[in-house]
Design a protein around this ligand. Structure first.
Ligand SMILES: C[S@@+](CC[C@H](N)C(=O)[O-])C[C@H]1O[C@@H](n2cnc3c(N)ncnc32)[C@H](O)[C@@H]1O
Length: 417
């Protein structure tokens, strides 16, 4: 049994098997999938993957039926081992402990979340699965130092085989913990899918962060035959489905080909994921992002990939828009020398809530718009404003989150003549 829901209450005295989910294979009953940092559990049935993806495509076409649409391009995912990162709470039960996640009971969304035991996690990368077991064995071997008050474990892996594990405690971490965690790094590095001799471990407790040896991983994606490297930082956003991310980058690059006479504005740029892949398509690029850690990662990534035509600034989309409209002074926006640019294409990849009202209005100023969205509802609402002025030229479904309801998609719009 891989995953078991546990009684939600004090202590855990009884576990029951999850037959109710009706999953076909005995090994894959319930899996976790995470959408935009939001945890949920999903049924996995590889045999029905194609059918589920077709249903998502139909839903998306229907949702956008009020637009004149080109053919929808549908990009399928690996059906297992596609998630590069995940978070588990740790449940202590007497001398035992194991990973848990939370999910709503099937068929009744009004009920409280229930705990689900997770011993293996087939939607997670192979490396996550290897690390999960090894880490738990080691923690049990060293109850006083690694196990005591361990509250949560986050795994972040890459297609390139790197890994970072964050262990969160309800107690201060001292020299003894550091020594034990250093040994654990090597044990985890010996996992067959690891490309590092020892993985990075970050220890956290209240007001304390211990980095062994770093709080990031280096991902490698291949886009258009070009190898791109990305520093992905602990706690900052990175696309969860690595294989799908490569497909998204290739699609956006294809959509914006032939733009080398003018410049790109990108909002919500994260660690420079799209920025670095698309920069060769443009003369110059201006990219902005709210998170300080992501901006620092983006700067690192530009240098690591020898990208020299991009300026990055830490600015919220709201502040950038206000500065663009001349409604607010911003030293950071001034530093971007916007007047020296010929910004005709805009790329946005906002959180689930979509673009705020002003930023949404700003999109209309641009000849070309690339909008990447993890929420078709907010995308559809945001695009209403563009109906009269722009036409959808490219439309894609990226199946970032197989076996869940979640849909990631991209649209490419061009101004009407
Ligand atoms: C869906 S992620 C996309 C990041 C990046 N494009 C990528 O592919 O990795 C959304 C990003 O928007 C940033 N963000 C959230 N709210 C923002 C805001 N109001 N202004 C600018 N960036 C924001 C987040 O920090 C996150 O990096």
């Amino acid at each position: 049994m891989l995953l078991r829901p546990l009684l939600h209450g004090q202590g855990v005295t009884s576990c029951r098997l999850v037959r109710a989910y009706g999953v076909l294979t005995s090994q894959r009953r319930i899996l976790q999938a995470q959408c935009c940092e939001q945890m949920s559990l999903a049924k996995v049935d590889e045999a029905r993957y194609g059918e589920q993806l077709s249903a998502k495509a139909d839903k998306l076409r229907e949702k956008f039926a009020d637009f004149s649409l080109p053919e929808l391009e549908v990009f399928d995912s690996q059906t297992e081992h596609y998630r590069m990162r995940t978070e588990f709470r740790v449940w202590h039960e007497g001398p035992d402990l194991y990973y848990i996640m939370f999910q709503k009971p099937a068929g009744d969304s009004s009920k409280a979340h229930e705990r689900v035991r997770v011993d293996q996690f087939p939607v997670g990368s192979k490396l996550i699965n290897e690390l999960m077991g090894k880490l738990m064995e080691e923690v049990k071997e060293h109850p006083a130092v690694l196990k005591e008050k361990l509250y949560q474990v986050n795994f972040h892996t890459t297609v390139s085989g790197q890994a970072m594990v964050t262990m969160i405690y309800h107690r201060k971490l001292g020299a003894e913990w550091i020594a034990a965690a250093q040994k654990l790094r090597k044990v985890l590095g010996a996992c067959p899918s690891s490309s590092q001799p020892s993985v990075h471990i970050v220890g956290r407790s209240r007001k304390q962060k211990v980095e062994l040896e770093a709080a990031h991983v280096i991902e490698t994606f291949t886009v258009d035959g070009r190898q791109l490297t990305y520093k992905q930082v602990e706690g900052a956003f990175s696309q969860p489905n690595g294989g799908m991310c490569e497909k998204m980058l290739a699609w956006a690059k294809r959509m914006t080909r032939g733009s080398s006479e003018h410049d790109l504005l990108e909002l919500y740029c994260g660690n420079g994921n799209f920025t670095i892949a698309l920069a060769p398509n443009f003369r110059k690029v201006v990219a902005t992002e709210l998170s300080k850690a992501s901006v620092a990662a983006a700067e690192f990534n530009l240098e690591a990939n020898d990208v020299t035509n991009v300026s990055v600034a830490r600015l919220s989309a709201e502040d950038f828009t206000a500065a663009w409209r001349g409604k607010k002074d911003s030293r950071r926006a001034e530093g971007l020398n916007l007047k020296e640019h010929d910004l005709r294409t805009i790329l946005v990849d906002p959180p689930r809530a979509g673009c705020d009202e002003q930023t949404n209005e700003l999109l209309r100023d641009f000849e070309n718009i690339v909008y990447i969205s993890c929420n078709p509802d907010t995308l559809h609402a945001n695009l209403q404003r563009m109906k009269e002025t722009h036409k959808i030229r490219g439309f894609a479904l990226f199946d970032q989150f197989p076996y869940t309801e979640h849909i990631e998609c991209g649209v490419y719009l061009q101004q009407r003549q």
